[in-house]
Design a protein around this ligand. Structure first.
Ligand SMILES: [Mg+2]
Length: 204
């Protein structure tokens, strides 16, 4: 059982954690790779979107990096209406008190999706107002499992690593938490907690 008693900030990943995005990741990777070739005249070999953006960051060309972010944002936004909500996660967000989360505890997002997609997704799921701070792709220059996003959130709220929990859907998210010294869990933990609680409520 996760204890929320002393936690001041709960941080969530977005995709696969609160909602499932329907973006065409294969197409997005190709678009980024094509742009890289067009701009720099060299091929970039990468497995993940972050890998391509790493190359752009290395070029120390902020203006072009922003162009890449824009390409990413446009393509991520394209299928936004096909987002699938992760019902249990949203239940948790909307019923924090039921799970012993103190009422002063703040919620934040650390996701590698672009800010526009994060905000639109949270609004569509009607949980945007529950969040106090968002760190998205454009807000950092080192991606997960680098802990910079979590450190940024700690700094924003003026809290220590032991005051936060990070929830994500990938082992990479857990690693990110570890790298920041922040307790972290797979979202399954929340999903199972919510399922149990709902059963209890149904039986009472
Ligand atoms: Mg995710």
């Amino acid at each position: 059982m996760i204890s929320f008693k002393k936690k001041k900030v709960l941080v969530f990943d977005l995709d696969g954690t609160l909602v499932e995005l329907a973006a065409d990741w294969h197409h997005i990777k190709k678009a980024l790779s094509d742009r890289y070739f067009k701009i720099y005249g060299e091929k970039c070999e990468f497995k993940h979107i972050s890998g391509c953006l790493d190359y752009v960051v290395e070029k120390k060309d902020e203006r072009e990096l922003n162009n890449f972010f824009k390409v990413l944002e446009d393509l991520e936004m394209r299928n936004i209406n096909d987002n699938k909500e992760i019902d249990e996660s949203l239940y948790f967000i909307n019923n924090l008190k039921v799970f012993g989360v103190p009422k002063e505890t703040k919620l934040a997002i650390f996701s590698l999706n672009t800010r526009k997609v994060i905000i639109a997704s949270l609004k569509m799921a009607k949980i945007y107002d529950n969040f106090d701070y968002i760190v998205g792709r454009e807000d950092i220059r080192k991606w997960k499992p680098n802990p910079d996003g979590l450190l940024k959130i700690m700094e924003y709220f003026g809290v220590d690593n032991e005051d936060m929990i990070y929830f994500g859907d990938l082992l990479k998210d857990i690693k990110t938490g570890n790298n920041a010294g922040v307790e972290s869990y797979l979202i399954e933990e929340i999903i199972n907690m919510v399922k149990k609680k709902r059963q209890e409520i149904d039986m009472s």
